[in-house]
Design a protein around this ligand. Structure first.
Ligand code: FUB
Ligand code: ZN
Length: 658
């Protein structure tokens, strides 16, 4: 009789994918050194004004802030209240890189950084440099905008990962001390603050700390923050009143007057029906909710996760996975409101939606979570970083025009060139930590099942000697080859996601023999009990013309082009502007070509289209339709969305006229 595996563990995953290894090497060679220089104010760069127009800053000052707080330097805090988090997210990315690329020089820097952070931390565990340096009497008194728990949460995440990868106990102790400080200050007990942070984050961070330490109090605290959110509508305002005049600079113009829904605090989470307010806040909150729902079994929280997921993914998300339809408050607006040229689509929001998807996969095996994760990894989140690893987008539009961005104040936030850095630099190190940890996004294990939800070539070792290796040239090819070694001939299941874009057409061979398997909730399941096994999956890599629901006015009459998981875009550098002048002929076969010399190697697509001759300069602005200019047939060349804005600056469009 076969022994059934009751609980599979993941021991190690080595990425072998060319696509992802290029990015991971880039993180080591360019991204980390570059960002470290920037945060130490040693890079000769332009720091772009943040998209909210709060003024451009000369330096990052992020490390200097920590040095001042540690008493190693004199001066004032500089930058946003959460400037410290740039350092922490960088540290987390660096920690992941030390796993796949051990590097003594980097390790010296990161160990030194842990020492600096430890010196900056107060005896009671508090650490938020702006308040330590300039407003010590305001600690925890302005939680609506202060970001103190958000800031400490980012350290807790980094500290946990740094400890897990390097064994540095100090890194973990700082995190625990911070969490203990928060625990002794927040809660419903007498003398504690019965509130929470305006920016969710701490909930997911405490859950990660709990998973490492197994200390119940951290999970309880995370749960408390979720339960308490939105319970007392006056909490934030009362805090400000109690603290005196509200002379704080708003982080975003008029932010103090934003409705409580902006902070997901207008009602308790169980009563919140839609994903409203600031997009990054929403997805960080959802990630925390999913963690705590899984770890505690709280069904109300799980229901809220489902509700938010549905609202975001089915009604408020761009085809690239980007979220946030307006720059005002970097926020969601209403269902099906998905303008392409004034949108926000913050990189952090895509990173956050990836976190949420991954947590949902850890709760339940539904292919849709893997679909959205894939969407982010190959489109929305990845677009946040240039191919050189040294330029970044904060806002990710689906339609852009340099002239419009320059002259239309309503589009000023839409950059058409990635920036060196930002005054509010939350995105660059966030995308870095996602890319550096992509090995954590390939499999989920649940009981006796290994779920393979991302097609990223790798060699993975699980417990009991089980090995799974995946070999493919995804996202350019849909031929996915698996080899499974099971030396102890244990019985377990391998679930493989059948992506939504291939749901109606895929081929499967087990040990070279064709087999039909129906997918359940987006996964097919293979029972493994032999010593070895091969699986070959052929996915549908036909180029597809996509449409959106006709509830989305911005895309009405338009199509987008997708092949595999990759959403395509037209750029002015390949096609004569204006791009709105083309009508794609969807009845004509598109042509796909892999070009190894373009944009670090990309698949390009050429579609047939009808373009109009451009109206003469001094011609009438309006005329009857029978006076329209002549049409001509022409090719329209498309490149992957994630790779746009890596050549000459110009127009870009994802949704094209049909
Ligand atoms: O508020 C902290 C971070 O800065 C948010 O998550 C981003 O949207 C940016 O506003
Ligand atoms: Zn950001």
């Amino acid at each position: 009789m076969q022994t059934k595996v009751s609980e599979i563990t993941v021991n190690n995953i080595d990425i072998t994918s060319d696509f992802w290894n290029r990015y991971r090497k880039l993180v080591v060679k360019e991204v980390l050194p570059y960002q470290w220089q920037v945060m130490n104010d040693q890079a000769d760069i332009d720091i772009s004004d943040d998209p909210q127009g709060n003024g451009s800053t000369k330096n990052s000052h992020a490390i200097a802030n920590l040095k001042i707080a540690a008493g190693l330097m004199k001066g004032h805090h500089y930058g946003f209240p959460f400037q410290d988090t740039d350092v922490y997210k960088w540290l987390e990315a660096a920690a992941y890189s030390l796993k796949y690329n051990p590097d003594e020089d980097l390790k010296k820097i990161t160990d030194g950084l842990i020492d600096l952070i430890s010196e900056a931390q107060e005896d009671d565990g508090y650490l938020s440099t702006e308040f330590q340096i300039d407003y010590p009497d305001r600690k925890f008194k302005r939680l609506k905008q202060s970001h103190e728990l958000y800031t400490m949460g980012h350290y807790i995440e980094a500290g946990v990962v740094y400890y897990q990868i390097t064994g540095n106990e100090k890194a973990l102790n700082i995190a625990k001390k911070m969490a203990n400080c928060i625990d002794s200050n927040f809660g419903l007990e007498n003398g504690k603050i019965p509130g929470y942070d305006g920016h969710p984050e701490i909930e997911l961070a405490l859950s990660r700390l709990y998973e490492t330490t197994r200390e119940e109090k951290y999970l309880k605290l995370a749960h408390y923050f979720l339960n308490q959110r939105g319970k007392d509508k006056n909490f934030f305002d009362n805090q400000i009143k109690e603290d005196g005049a509200s002379s704080d600079r708003d982080l975003i113009d008029g932010m103090r007057d934003f409705p409580l829904s902006y902070y997901q605090a207008s009602k308790p989470i169980e009563d919140q029906k839609t994903a409203d307010g600031h997009a990054v806040r929403v997805v960080y909150l959802c990630t925390g909710m999913a963690y705590v729902a899984r770890l505690t079994g709280d069904q109300q929280l799980l229901e809220a996760c489902h509700r938010f997921w549905k609202d975001i993914v089915h009604r408020r998300m761009y085809i690239t996975g980007n979220i946030g339809s307006t720059t005002t408050g970097e926020a969601f607006t209403y269902d099906y409101d998905l303008p392409n040229d004034t949108m926000y689509g913050e990189t952090c929001a895509s990173v956050g939606l990836s976190f949420f998807a991954r947590q949902m996969l850890a709760i339940e095996a539904k292919g849709e979570y893997g679909d959205i994760l894939e969407k982010e990894l190959f489109n929305g989140a990845l677009a946040g970083m240039a191919l050189d690893g040294k330029h970044f987008f904060y806002v990710n539009p689906l339609e852009a025009d340099p002239i419009a961005s320059k002259y239309n104040p309503g589009k000023k936030h839409v950059l058409t060139k990635r920036a060196d850095w930002f005054g509010c630099a939350c995105c660059p190190s966030n995308v870095a930590r996602l890319v550096a940890s992509v090995d954590k996004y390939i499999y989920t294990v649940n009981g006796d099942t290994i779920l393979s939800h991302q097609f990223i070539s790798n060699n993975a070792q699980f417990g009991n000697g089980i090995e799974v290796s995946q070999d493919n040239h995804f996202p350019w090819s849909g031929e996915i080859h698996y080899e499974i070694n099971n030396p102890n001939q244990l019985a377990f299941k391998l679930g493989i996601r059948i992506p939504s874009w291939s749901r109606n057409k895929f081929g499967l061979k087990i040990n070279g023999k064709k087999i039909d398997l129906a997918s359940e909730d987006g996964f097919i399941y293979i029972n493994v009990n032999d010593e070895s096994l091969t699986v070959d999956l052929s996915l549908d890599m036909n180029t597809k013309f996509m449409r959106s629901s006709n509830k989305v006015s911005s895309n009405y009459g338009k199509i987008a082009v997708q092949r595999g998981p990759i959403v395509y875009a037209a750029e002015e550098t390949d096609n004569k502007a204006p791009l709105w002048n083309y009508k794609v002929e969807t009845d004509k076969e598109p042509k796909y070509h892999y070009n190894k010399d373009l944009l670090e190697g990309v698949g390009t697509i050429t579609v047939k289209s009808i373009a109009e001759e451009i109206s003469p300069e001094d011609g009438p602005l309006y005329s009857t339709i029978d006076e329209a200019t002549a049409n001509y047939e022409t090719d329209l060349k498309l490149i992957p969305y994630y790779a746009w804005a890596n050549r000459e600056e110009g127009q870009m469009q994802v949704w094209l006229n049909k």
